[in-house]
Design a protein around this ligand. Structure first.
Ligand code: FPP
Length: 253
């Protein structure tokens, strides 16, 4: 990590949760005359650098959009290559995650994954469960609309079975039925690759997140770019619907 950038970080005001839409692997590869899958392979290095950076700084949660529900519609070979890469990389990275005291968690419709992929994920989660530092939360076969629909379905069922009163369903009840239950909402959402959209990612949870977009393709994003995003975040005033004066009175949240 660049010490000049580290110096600019206010360690008392770190984002607790950073979420990242890792985009641009394909374009990064194309620019170099490589196959798209080689872009994903290079992207794994960025995952490693960014995870290590989060762990060293003490960012508690890092959520990465590694495979969306929509990604199932990509050419079969790319889907297979991507899933294989994710699982193989995780298996390889487990010792490194443990060294950095990082535990793994997964959100998404994991039942759609092949059995051996699920088993591999479960094993990595189990092996890192002793770590109590940063939580690396991988969004796999994930989309926000899937997640919100699933939460609605479960709430409706609980109400129909008389386990909850439908009139008592509030923000908290919905949040506790999302796959991110127990994790605070992201303070900062980063998207690489030049597009400025949220692509069905954590739609409920990013209601008050600061958004940071960069043109850099994901394989070009590393610790220094992450530090720059955090510095940018720390320069913003988060008002959560209040006035600037109210925020100054009560101190930044
Ligand atoms: C978007 O780039 C990226 C993805 C769909 C996959 C991201 C996955 C990884 C970087 C591997 C993750 C590995 C682990 C261990 C978590 P794109 O293919 O949409 O790029 P493009 O927009 O340039 O086509």
């Amino acid at each position: 990590m660049n010490p000049e950038l580290v110096k600019q970080i206010d360690a008392t005001h770190l984002p607790v949760h950073i979420a990242i839409i890792m985009d641009g692997n394909g374009r990064w590869a194309k620019l170099r005359g490589l196959e798209r899958t080689e872009g994903h392979v290079a992207g794994v290095e960025s995952v490693r650098k960014v995870t290590e950076c989060a762990a060293r700084l003490g960012v508690k949660y890092l959520t990465l959009y590694a495979f969306s529900t929509e990604n199932w519609n990509r050419p079969r070979e790319e889907v297979d290559a991507l899933l294989h890469l994710i699982v193989m990389s995780l298996r390889k990275e487990v010792p490194h995650l443990k060294e950095n005291n990082v535990s793994l968690r997964v959100i998404g419709d994991i039942d759609r994954m092949p059995a051996h992929t699920r088993e591999c994920l479960e094993k990595s989660i189990e092996e890192t469960s002793v770590c109590d530092g940063t939580v690396l939360n991988l969004a796999l076969s994930y989309s926000s609309r899937w997640e919100i629909t699933d939460a609605c379905r479960r709430l409706a069922r609980e109400a129909a079975e008389g386990r909850i009163d439908w009139a008592s369903i509030d923000d908290e009840a919905v949040a506790s039925h999302l796959s991110t239950a127990g994790i605070p909402d992201p303070d900062l959402l980063i998207r690489t690759g030049g597009d400025e959209r949220v692509s069905n990612f954590l739609l409920w949870q990013i209601a008050y997140s600061e958004l940071y977009f960069t043109d850099i393709y994901w394989p070009g994003f590393g610790a220094d770019q992450m530090l720059r995003a955090i510095i940018d975040y720390q320069g913003r005033e988060r008002r959560f619907g209040l006035t600037s004066e109210q925020v100054s009175e009560h101190g930044q949240q």
